[in-house]
Write a new protein. Sequence first.
Length: 370
Amino acid sequence: MSLWSKLTAEFIDIVEWTEDRPDVLVHRFDRYQNEIKMGAKLTVREGQLAVMVNEGQLGKGQVADVFAPGMYTLSTENMPLLSTLKGWKYGFNSPFKAEVYFFNTKIFTDLKWGTPGPATMRDPEFGVVRVTSFGLYAIRVKDPKTMLVDLVGTKAEFTVGDIEENLRGKVGTRIKEVMPEAGVPVIDLESKVTLLGERIREKISADFEKFGLELTEVQVQDIGLPEEVEKAIDQQGAMRAIGNMQQFGQYQAAQAMREAAQNPGTVGGVMGLGVGMGLNQAMGGLFQQPAASGATTPPPLPTQAAFFVAMNGQQTGPFDMATLQSQAQAGQLGRDTLIWKQGMVSWAAAGEQAELANLFAQTPPPLPPQ
């Protein structure tokens, strides 16, 4: 320290720390020969704690008073522990030797961790699986006295970087124990990351408290599985999707049949039945072996529709298309003639049926009146 600093230190009576770096956990107040005047002003800002140490001695019982955020005029009344250590029974006005350490009590977030190697899990479906993982964790100062004695020591400044590698190793190693113990199937690990993070935090909080720190949060951001396991999971998902489509096709067909029974002759029910059955057959064909070419048989011949015809107030028929064509040519069957076939709700004019339209197109219209 320069001569000017030594001289001006005699007149400085303000003890404070203005944080200039976000990663500093502990800062020791710099004072020439560590002499502090009785009556000096101690300022502890929000997010800070201050600890008084008797003449730099970090042994048990020498770390004295802890000051919460606020402004203090140092006296024997607000330094009871240091006063006892110094033997100040009736006050003391001369400068005294002591060190003041300021602690940053904010939560330090976004600290990274990762498993140092794959964790071995026994899965009921995939057998022995090697899993990796990484994520974030957060800490803050919980017990400044413990931290000062067991972690910081006499360092003038202590940062997160000074302890981060040690803490990262603790988190990464413990998750290798937690994942197998959690009993979560490999296929469900991604959906249980919050549970795993909380299990890790509970398991290693005591290790952090030994350093005077609190582990406030552990986040599991990613679970790494072997490539062959990921492919197997993807295949399982695809198989489930196909199974669901088969069930959907069967459901559609059943619904269409029910609607067709309730509304005979409607087009919608027949179309729904065709779509449902077609989907079901198409998906079902994915799982069926193709039949041998020599075993194929032709489908049955299609049957022609047969119509009943109302003639002279009497029901006649049923007639096939060839007979109806002859009747139309002979003038016995006209567009207004009532006809009916299976599936129709009621009798209807022959000219309204699309499948009979060709019969009337081949016959000349009646002659106009003379």
